[in-house]
Design a binder for this molecule. Structure first.
Ligand code: ASP
Length: 463
């Protein structure tokens, strides 16, 4: 007999079916037992007399007839609440021992390390399963929408060289060149610009980025995902419009219950945002209690530089006067270019931040395509000769005909966190790390074998 999914039982009243799934709850009333079977579509009540001994969360196969429930026993809380399956046979396919964490409810009261250690159980919660499904719907919507508009999806390397976005790098040792290291990309920024030199004109990637920076509710430790996007022969206006169209269509399609409060999205200069709201990611919702309201906004006209601090070691020597507000490839406003020599603090950058309900959910810019200006920026952020050499490939590439280009990178995890009203980005990621940098389920980081270290030419001093 073919398998029937829980959601299909409604159309099969009077028919014999075979169900496969987990015994989510078992209510043994002596003579009669009720088992809620859970599969990927939801749950269905199974009722019978001679049940074998089953433990909760065991995987079972049930055969029986679908019957309408009597009026007074209809459960309005579940989609299959009008029917149940009169069990003829139950087979236990695999048995479950007692679960280490409860999986009913939203799980937010459970210590996060325990949830992450048993993430495969934690993900059985309907809320978590829904989050993963919505995430998949969102990325497939984005892929379709962009490819229909002539964008090309390109995978860029993970083992690469530093691409600074303002955090520390993760580094990976090289066996073939002992003593040398790859860096994991903080973003595909340089590759996407090189793809513009390659003539692709329209690129995107659902890209994994790696940043060694302290975790917060809206920032996972280690890795996150962004929609990375770049276009050639465009103005900042074109980038903002395309992004706005994409997200407006996406909300309509994937989150039809949500409403965007102001359209077109307000555009606010960085200065105005600071003066009026005291920050550069204002929450512009009209009713903050309305969980369906989405208030998008653009923040533009950022200063190109901020004052450099010791923490900016990844943005130069750490002792220069200036650090980039966005990143070192962001173009100065053309009207302000002469000020680069005279008064760099007054130069505006062609940067744009995407803000949603008080969170920065994306950022991007028009890029520098003039090698001379790029050099000037390197000097202003205090790059040494060696540091400049790290980026020499960009200047070389730009000497072979570079189109004017720009882009943006909205964060997928953060956008989902805000739209779904989740308290942290980890609630929309399948296997995030703990705050202490421990991977979910598996015990990484872990020690490497002496032999591996020797091959890599590494001696550790921590033992
Ligand atoms: N690479 C930038 C980031 O990750 C985004 C961009 O400028 O397109 O924030």
């Amino acid at each position: 007999m073919e398998r029937t999914l829980s959601s299909e039982t409604l159309e099969k009243v009077g028919q014999k079916v075979k169900l496969l799934g987990w015994a989510a709850t078992i209510r043994d009333h002596g003579k009669i037992t009720f088992v809620d079977l859970r599969d990927r579509k939801g749950i269905i009540q199974c009722v019978g007399q001679d049940f074998p001994k089953i433990t909760a969360e065991s995987v079972i196969e049930v055969t029986g007839e679908v019957a309408k429930r009597p009026e007074n026993l209809i459960n309005k809380n579940i989609p299959t609440g009008e029917v149940e399956v009169k069990v003829e046979k139950v087979t236990v396919l695999t048995k479950s021992i007692e679960l280490p964490i409860p999986i009913e409810g939203d799980g937010l009261e459970i210590e996060e390390p325990a949830r992450l250690k048993y993430r495969y159980l934690d993900l059985r919660r309907p809320r978590m399963t829904r989050n993963l499904r919505v995430r998949s719907k969102l990325t497939s919507f984005i892929r379709n929408w962009l490819t229909e508009r002539d964008f090309v999806e390109v995978e860029t390397p993970i083992l690469t060289k530093t691409t600074p976005e303002g955090a520390r790098d993760f580094i990976v040792a090289s066996r073939l060149q002992p003593g040398k290291f790859y860096a994991l990309p903080q973003s595909p920024q340089q590759y996407k610009q090189l793809l513009m030199v390659a003539g692709l004109e329209r690129y995107f990637q659902i890209a994994r980025c790696f940043r060694d920076e302290d975790p917060r509710a809206d920032r996972a430790y280690g890795e996150f995902t962004q929609l990375d996007l770049e276009m050639s022969f465009v103005s900042q206006e074109d980038i903002l419009q395309l992004t706005e169209e994409l997200f407006t269509s996406l909300v309509k399609e994937v989150f039809p219950e949500k409403k965007v409060s102001t359209s077109p999205w307000p555009r606010i200069s960085h200065k105005e945002a600071k003066e009026k709201y005291g920050n550069d990611k204002p929450d512009l919702r009209k009713d903050k209690n309305d969980k369906n309201e989405l208030a998008f906004a653009w923040i533009v006209d950022f200063p190109l530089f901020t004052e450099q601090t010791k923490e900016d070691f990844f943005h130069g020597a750490g002792n220069a006067k200036w650090a980039p507000s966005h990143h070192m490839f962001t173009a100065p406003h053309p009207d302000d270019t002469p000020l680069l020599d005279k008064d760099p603090g007054q130069v505006r950058g062609l940067q744009h931040d995407l803000v949603l309900n008080g969170f920065e959910v994306g950022g991007g810019s028009v890029r520098i395509h003039d090698p001379e200006i790029q050099e000037k920026i390197f000097d202003l952020i205090g790059f040494t000769k060696e540091q400049k050499e790290e980026f020499a490939h960009m200047l070389t590439a730009f000497s072979y005909g570079v189109p004017p280009h720009g882009g943006i990178a909205p964060g997928i995890d953060r956008f989902l966190m805000v739209v779904l009203g989740e308290p942290s980005v980890r609630e929309v990621m399948a296997f995030p790390m703990t705050a202490g940098g421990q991977t979910a389920v598996m015990d990484a980081p872990s020690e490497a074998a002496e032999k591996q270290l020797k091959e890599l030419g590494i001696k550790t001093s921590s033992k």
